[in-house]
Design a protein around this ligand. Structure first.
Ligand SMILES: Nc1nc2c(ncn2[C@@H]2O[C@H](COP(=O)(O)OP(=O)(O)OP(=O)(O)O)[C@@H](O)[C@H]2O)c(=O)[nH]1
Ligand SMILES: [Mg+2]
Length: 314
């Protein structure tokens, strides 16, 4: 057994943090660790919060934590910033906005950033969510900034994806173009104290009609996180969605689809790891120059790896 797993089961928070660092840095024992972690997780509710920078996601999470803690449930928060190569520094704002909960044992907050991890940030985040689940948190919240491929990828693992929008920001069109509308289980109009809420809601309704494929009506919740308004309604809607997933078997279907994708993702990762090793170890492969034909070179390396690397390797 991986030495950290027993400690995680015993709710050792330092082991939890260390395990997340292992997946973040893509350390050698990651697969062994995650396989064991996977066998003990599966009970937490995973909630994803995504939206444009500054939409108020961290402020919302801060309030949501308080709401969840009132029910005596424990919460882990993973704040992801794909634009930042450092964890901690650039996300200092999150720490400030979630400061209310830093001394609470029932709350764990962690920032994640790309540190050149092989499988990328999305992969590491998904693993971190499962580690938090294995530790025993009732709810795991992931906050992601922006609306790129990485966010879409992360949202595939969560049960409920909430998209945060603000009036008069134009972010709804950006989200529409990025293909985020389709994956939203819930919309949050935050900063509802500002003008333009009605207009945004009408536009949202229209866009939802175009993009939605299932029959479930996507709820739109208005919040003012600075004034703690609408947070109880938001938590209620998240739970309602969870119930829906359970009753319709949609949740199980989603998790199965996700696992299938992950198997392929892990295979791709393993192959790439192997090829990288091969390239680094093999002096027959020349350094790439500006005049090289990338198509030919890729083919040459791949063929050579198949012949000499993959077959000879373990
Ligand atoms: N007027 C108003 N301002 C808000 C509301 N919620 C958050 N803000 C403000 O919006 C700013 C950004 O809030 P954050 O919670 O950091 O937003 P975020 O989406 O986490 O930001 P990033 O993580 O940088 O993408 C802060 O100055 C908040 O005080 C709200 O409901 N109304
Ligand atoms: Mg934030």
């Amino acid at each position: 057994m991986h030495p950290l797993v027993e400690r995680i089961k015993q709710k050792d928070v330092r082991a939890l943090a260390r395990a997340i660092t292992i997946v973040e840095n893509d350390e050698e024992d990651k697969l062994a660790l995650m396989s064991e972690v996977f066998s003990i997780q599966k009970t937490a509710l995973y909630v994803g919060l995504t939206g444009s920078p500054g939409a108020g996601k961290s402020s919302l999470v801060n309030r949501l934590i308080a709401e969840i803690r009132q029910e005596d449930k424990t919460v882990a928060v993973i704040a992801v910033d794909p634009t930042s190569p450092f964890s901690g520094g650039a996300l200092l704002g999150d720490r400030v906005r979630m400061h209310d909960h830093f001394t609470d044992d029932g709350v764990f907050i962690r920032s994640m950033a790309t540190r050149g991890s092989l499988g990328g940030l999305a992969r590491a985040t998904k693993d971190a969510i499962r580690i938090c689940d294995a530790y025993g948190f009732d709810v795991v919240i992931v906050e992601t900034v922006g609306v790129g491929q990485s966010e879409l990828d992360i949202m595939k693992i969560v049960d409920t994806t909430a998209v945060v929008l603000t009036p008069n920001s134009g972010d709804v069109l950006q989200i529409f173009k990025a293909g985020i509308m389709e994956i939203a289980d819930l919309f949050i109009i935050n900063k509802a104290d500002l003008h333009g809420v009605g207009k945004l809601r009408a536009l949202l309704r229209e866009l939802v009609m175009i993009t939605k494929t299932d029959r479930r009506e996507t709820p739109i919740v208005k919040t003012i996180s600075t004034e703690n308004k609408g947070i109880d309604k938001l938590w209620k809607e998240i739970n309602k969605h969870h119930q829906y997933l359970y009753e319709t078997m949609e949740g199980e279907k989603r998790r199965t689809n996700q696992l299938e994708l992950e198997v392929y993702e892990l295979i791709r990762e393993e192959i790439w790891r192997d090829i990288q090793q091969f390239i680094m170890n093999d002096e027959h492969i020349p350094p790439i120059t500006a005049t090289d034909d990338p198509y030919q070179l890729a083919k040459l390396i791949f063929t050579k790896w198949k012949k000499e690397g993959a077959i000879k390797g373990d």
